[in-house]
Every structure is written in structure tokens, then in C-alpha cells.
Design a protein around this ligand. Sequence first.
Ligand code: B12
Ligand code: SF4
Ligand code: SF4
Length: 357
Amino acid sequence: MPYTPNARRPKRGTYRPRPEIASLVVTSGNVINGVGETAVRQASPFFWHPPTLHPYGDLQTIARTNSRKCPGTGPVFQQAYTYPPLQAPSATKLEGSPEALSAQVKQWALSAGVDAVGIARMDPLFVFQGYTIDDPWVIVIVLAHNYDDLQEVPSDETNGVGVTEIGTQYARGTRISYALANWIRSQGYHAKPYPGPSADALLLIPPAIAAGLGELGKHGSLITPQFGSGVRLAAVTTDMPLSADRPVRFGADSFCTSCQICTNSCPPAAIAPEKQMVRGQERWYVDFDKCIPYFAEAASCGICFAVCPWTRPDVRPKLLQKMAACEPPAATADADPAETPTPLDRQPPPPDTERHA
Ligand code: B12
Ligand code: SF4
Ligand code: SF4
């Protein structure tokens, strides 16, 4: 399945936002996101939250309108935003060890059609500032994209295949996250779905990493060993006593240090080639102020995660094999998850001068 360039993709750095779009980025998203901040803190509500919580309400409307103009998108996004009712929790609790209950939850999710599932202990850093989540556990579900359809991004009024595939997986995330929450409720526990198309209270990538579902890539998205970057995420939080999975390392982070494919494919050149300090953690970062105008104009773009070589079914097995030969085992591989420090236990890094000395 060789990668064939898509004629709707402008070359890197050639995109210039239309003035009416550029004028809407009045506050820098990079400042809101805490780029350059050395203290660890929660993420601020930012985009796909209610417009009263951030300054990009008009851009959200433009992004949504442009994606809905593409053929095929109406019904799938309608499904993605149609939330079924949630049942009251049953009076009788399903009993079992955390390991046995976790196995049942995962088995239920897989039989309901998710492509992968993992469990993480809730951490305040998974929650956006100003929101509260009381459940101690988060179950993250992975919905894999159809590779061929994903290659059609970005979409426009002549071709909606890529963004329709995005809406299709969002709809799957909504359906299964609600069904899983209702199943957990029927077993006597609290459960709340986070279906994914809107931001809501929960960041999805950090718990997915903690739950052992993949690594953060240079393009700011999760890379999974089974499906590469071409996945949607959704989640369910619960008070059912579960056991945490462990983070995995299969070489994605290392591979990103030498690969430039997403950086070179991004029309507004938003993907930084080096890691940056963001809210007290050194990591890959995407320049929001550059990404968002193109994202809004190009029906949700998505070029970066479509072109990632880990997403290619013909390349992924070779990359896994190649990186397995050089990747050290995960730092937490032998640790008891109960003893593994949560991100809030981590100390803020030393000041810049010492770090770069
Ligand atoms: C707001 C948002 C956006 C915004 C801003 C994204 C950004 N990078 O700033 C816009 C509209 C631009 C956007 C674009 C896209 N998004 Co988006 N987005 C979200 C959303 C709703 C919230 C994320 C957020 O608030 N980011 C702002 C701050 C927190 O960003 P940040 O500090 O740079 O942190 C990012 C990562 O580093 C990671 N992260 C946060 N804290 C920490 C801490 C550590 C230690 C680590 C390692 C990572 C990490 O999460 C953030 C992801 O944006 C999430 C769903 C969710 N609830 O989490 C989906 C989500 C991240 N988006 C997703 C995708 C796929 C996309 C697009 C490819 C669009 C598309 N067509 O699908 C592009 C990719 C842009 C890019 N290169 O990042 C997927 C990612 C799936 C995956 N494989 O990982 C998500 C999870 C939606 C979903 N339900 O699947 N998105
Ligand atoms: S989604 Fe944003 S970061 Fe990714 S290719 Fe498009 S403009 Fe670049
Ligand atoms: S395209 Fe290359 S650099 Fe970008 S996320 Fe994928 S592997 Fe990493």
C-alpha cells in the first residue's frame, strides 16, 4: 500500500491563512497551553470546550461548518453527538478482585467492538483546569481508523471521505463509551462516558499513555503499536475497583527524533522538530496558533496523523521490529503500578539554566 501524495494537500509552509481567519487568533493558544512554563499544572480548557471558557468560539464554529460542508459528514457527526440515556447504577455490585473486574471490563469492551482498551489510575493532570472528576479509574478505548479512507484527508466540498471517516470513528466512540458506561452501571458502580468529539473534562492522550496504549508522537497524537497514529480515543471513568495497566515503550518516541515526515507534511509548518517545555514537562508540541487556522479551513485537516509511517499497515511491522532491537525496556516494566508515581508526584524540573547546562 504505497503512500501516494494527495493533491488537496498544500506543501509545507505554503499555506497562508485568509485574513478573516487569521484575525480570529487574537490570543496565543501556545500561551494558554503553557509553552515554556516549567511548573507542572493542569491543562487549561482550550478548544472544543464551551466558548465561554476560551477565546476561540468563532474558530470552532468555522471549523465545524467547514467540516459539515464535506459530502457524507452530516449523518456520522449527528450520530457522534447523539448521546444515549445513562441508566441508574444497579443496587447489587459485581464483586471480584480488581484484576478480575479489569479483565471483565476489557473483555466486555473488546466484544463491543473497540480495537484496544487500557486502564489507568485517575490523575488530576488528566483533568482540565476548572473541571472535577471524582472517579478513581479511567478506561481508555481505542477506535482504529480505516487506513485508506484516512489517506483522503484533508477534505473539502469535492471529497469528504477523510472527515467522514473521522466522524464515523467518533460515532463508534460515542456508541461504545455509552454502552460500556451503562454496562458498568448495571454491575452496581458509577461510570461516566467521555465519547471524544468534544473536549469535556478529560484529556484523552495522557491517560491513554498511562494505560499502556501507546506513546506520544512528534505530531502531538498518540502512536499505538497496533494501529499507529490512525486512531480515535474515548473513555469511561468509574469507581469500580480496577487495576492499572503499565505504560509501554516500543520505540515511537525514539523514532520521532530522526523522522520528519509529519513536520514536512504540515501545510502551516506547525509541528516543532524538537521537544519543548510545556507545563513542566519536556515533550513533543504542536504550535496551536499555526495549526488552528489551517485545521479550521481544511475540514479538520488530519494530515499529520495520516502520513505517520506507524499508521501504514505495510510499514508498521518493520518499524516495530527495527525499534525493538534498539529500544530499552519500559522504565516501569518491573514496577508495581501501585508504587508507580503519578505525574503529580513528579517534582518540577530544575530551572532552565541548570537543565540546559
Ligand atoms: C483541543 C483539541 C484539538 C485542538 C488543539 C490540539 C493541540 N495540539 O493543541 C485542534 C483543534 C487544533 C486539534 C487538532 C487535531 N486533533 Co485534536 N483534540 C483536541 C482535544 C479535544 C483536547 C486536547 C487539548 O485540549 N489540547 C490542548 C493542550 C492540552 O494540548 P497540549 O498541551 O499540546 O497536549 C497535547 C498532547 O501533548 C497531549 N498531552 C497533554 N498533556 C500531556 C502530558 C504528557 C506528559 C504527555 C506525554 C502528553 C500530553 O494531549 C494534548 C493533545 O492535543 C482532544 C480530545 C481530548 N479530550 O483530549 C482531541 C484529540 C487530541 N485530537 C485528536 C486528533 C486526531 C486531532 C487531529 C489529527 C485532527 C483530526 N482530523 O482528527 C489534529 C491534530 C493536531 C495536532 N497535531 O495536535 C485525537 C488524537 C488521537 C490520537 N491518535 O492521539 C483526540 C484525542 C480526539 C479523539 N477523541 O480521538 N485537536
Ligand atoms: S492537523 Fe494541524 S498539525 Fe496536523 S498537519 Fe494539519 S495543520 Fe499541521
Ligand atoms: S511522522 Fe515521523 S516524526 Fe511524525 S509522529 Fe510519525 S514517526 Fe514521529
